[in-house]
Design a protein. Structure first.
Length: 324
């Protein structure tokens, strides 16, 4: 049993990595769109970067919720918590951001060697400066994560969120600030939801032995209530952002005729599955004799959320659809 969970996690991570690596060829098949050089590798790096954002933001979010649960060391403000994954996430995010910066430094092409990378050229372009900001922000976040004040990593992580929102909407786009604002809200809510649930389940498992069932159920209930609001915000900003790129009269056609639309449709279906699992978990939490039976659908929800992150990484690497 000791090895079962780590092995299962490794298998799921490997399967999630196949989505950005193998997904581009499937999504582009029959669309007539040209493939971006190295799109699979870029999609994988973006998936790692998004996951590295979710982990520490989710931990900070759930630790904040945990402090409001009675009977868990509320007087000291420090209820017991599982070992943080934030330092490892920061290292993964730094590596992914460094890889993406090297792509930007070669004119958005995958470099064949170190000689192809023009580090100085990063300072000459908007995308290059944003890429450097993300590299440095993950480095600072890692240092904050191992310091005596790990909560300070919130600021460099916020810088990465802003950089990603700006990168996704270049100045040549129509109303780029509106698009960046939507993306910022979308990414922030997604990171809180996706990163918060696994940390809540890890905390719950620790609390079951130390504080009993009631404290764990209270924490999961708090998370569920906030997650409902996060889902609403994610849905609203996602729909709005999609309609900005695909006008209403062309949505149905582009969802099947373009690579971007196909992956977006897959992501929507995955989010719908996540929402169904979340509803199932909430019903168990409220009505079951043992509220902690809600952990079973919640674990399945974590897996589905991982697939959503992988689909999101792939989505950012594919050609943006044309406004017909």
């Amino acid at each position: 049993m000791t090895l079962t969970r780590p092995v299962a996690v490794l298998v799921l991570v490997a399967l999630a990595a196949l989505i950005p690596l193998l997904g581009p060829s499937t999504a582009l098949h029959g669309t007539g769109e040209a493939s971006v050089p190295g799109v699979g590798g870029i999609a994988l790096l973006r998936t790692v970067l998004f996951a590295a954002l979710c982990v520490p933001i989710g931990e900070l979010f759930v630790d904040r919720l945990a402090r409001s649960v009675p009977g868990t060391g509320r007087a000291t403000g420090r209820p017991v918590a599982p070992r943080s994954w934030s330092p490892w996430a920061a290292a993964a995010g730094f590596s992914a951001a460094l890889g993406l910066a090297s792509v930007v430094a070669t004119g958005n092409l995958v470099p064949d060697g170190l000689s192809d990378i023009d580090v100085g050229g990063l300072y000459a372009s908007r995308d290059g400066k944003l890429a450097l900001l993300e590299v440095n922000a993950f480095l600072v976040a890692g240092l904050c994560a191992v310091s005596r004040r790990p909560a300070t990593q919130l600021w460099p992580l916020a810088a990465v969120l802003v950089a990603e929102a700006l990168r996704a909407h270049p100045a040549t786009e129509h109303a780029p600030l509106t698009g960046s604002g939507l993306t910022l809200v979308h990414l922030t809510c997604a990171a809180l939801w996706t990163g918060g649930l696994p940390h809540a389940l890890r905390t719950l498992r620790l609390w079951r032995r130390r504080y009993g069932t009631e404290a764990g159920a209270a924490l999961l209930g708090l998370y569920a209530r906030v997650a409902a609001v996060l889902l609403a915000a994610i849905t609203a900003t996602g729909v709005w952002s999609s309609l900005r790129r695909m006008p209403p009269e062309t949505v149905l056609e582009q969802l099947t005729a373009t690579a971007y639309g196909r992956v977006l449709l897959s992501k929507v279906l995955l989010v719908a599955a996540v929402a169904a699992l979340a509803l199932w978990a909430r019903q168990r939490l409220r009505r079951a004799a043992d509220p902690l039976t809600a952990c079973a659908p919640a674990r399945a929800e974590v897996v589905a959320l991982g697939l959503v992150v992988a689909a999101s990484g792939l989505l950012t690497a594919l050609p943006v659809p044309i406004r017909w």
